[in-house]
Write a protein of this length. Sequence first.
Length: 243
Amino acid sequence: MAMSGDEAIDWFVPVHTRPDSTTRLFVVPHVGAGPSAAAELGDALPPDIEVWALNLPGRQARHAEPLRTDIAVLAEELAQWLTSNGGKSYSLFGYCSGALLAYRLAGQSSPERLFVASCAAPDIALFPRRLHLLPRERFWELVLEGGGTEPELTEHAELREIFEPTLRADFELYAGYQHQPCRLDLPITVFYGRDDSLRLGALLGWRRHSTFPIDLVELPGEHWLLDEARAELAAELASAMPR
């Protein structure tokens, strides 16, 4: 059943409002992250690009809503929202694990382009399948080792109890990812860090998922490019965004 924009107005939220923008970039951040993960990227982009970020239940104003753990159902809900609210011209950007959801979403909506960063091709991407089921101590040990978590979770252990249900739900969401082959009829740009442990072949695998040649773009840094190479990433996005 399709949802109206009013019923799902906060699936994506603008990280800033740019009335003179000509296109939008919808960002799907990494597991555990909220809309604020895209704020500084938005600041680094030119004024004709308006950045909107995924705002899943369990975060900010949606903290009391039921958490999402079924990625197929979630992609359908997001696609319905984009159909009504995406705008005339928009692109998708999936960051790290968010690339898997962005890829699924691109196959069910009408973006001009798909950008992904720090993620292997969706048919071979590895994601922990049982992390969300681990006891608390071991769960947090592995989460903090992986990086990408909010700094306050590292510094203040007492906050972890508050964030844990949402974080577990996010890991369960991606643990349930089952690849469904979809060759997108749109260009894909793949960003990766020069010193990331991801193998080049795993990144080149995105070629199997587009009817266009992919653009493979190396940036300085390792895995967390929004922190390590934000300016360079923003420049590449601005250059490649259709508008």
